[in-house]
Design a protein around this ligand. Structure first.
Ligand SMILES: [Cu+2]
Length: 170
């Protein structure tokens, strides 16, 4: 049963790789759907909070809330679904410790271009993804801290006003 599924996934994978080159859309609509179905099935372990959030060229996250349980493994996948370059419309997800002055943090982050817009030596950050541009994906894995509400933002200069939300640990 499990083997069958793996084989199926492998064949699908091969098919995708082979068909990827030429026709972009036609064939793939179907196979993409099947692949994502297989994926959700195989990652449904409840000890991992598998969270996905997207950012776009309009400076927006698609979610304002992310949830996990204290001590749980957390995997946050950030997908930039826009087309703009990282230098122009870069996005990341930065989770801040409770009590952090978000505006002050964002100000420091904006001046930390050389450090991927994370203030060097900061103690305000629980976890963060790297900064990405259109079409890219970034993943960060960490253990959920103690219960509480944590602000998350994109720390690209000027983005935190629009790109923000709460990481809620229960
Ligand atoms: Cu951003």
């Amino acid at each position: 049963m499990k083997l069958g599924r793996i084989a199926f996934a492998t064949i699908l994978g091969l098919f995708l790789v082979v068909s990827c080159g030429e026709e972009k859309k036609e064939k793939k609509g179907f196979s993409y759907e099947r692949t994502s179905e297989t994926k959700t099935e195989s990652t449904s372990e409840s000890d991992v909070a598998d969270l996905t959030i997207t950012g776009n060229d309009l400076m927006k996250f698609n979610k304002s809330e992310l949830k996990a349980k204290a001590g749980q493994k957390v995997k946050i996948t950030l997908r930039h679904i826009g087309k703009a370059d990282k230098m122009v419309m870069g996005h990341n997800v930065v989770i801040l410790k409770p009590g952090t002055d978000v505006a002050a943090f964002a100000g420091k982050a904006a001046m930390s271009k050389d450090n991927d817009y994370i203030p060097e030596g900061t103690t305000d950050v629980v976890a963060h993804t790297k900064m990405i541009g259109g079409g890219e994906t970034a993943v960060v894995e960490f253990t959920a801290p103690e219960a509480g509400e944590y602000d998350f933002i994109c720390s690209f200069p000027g983005h935190f006003g629009m790109m923000k939300g709460k990481f809620i640990v229960e």
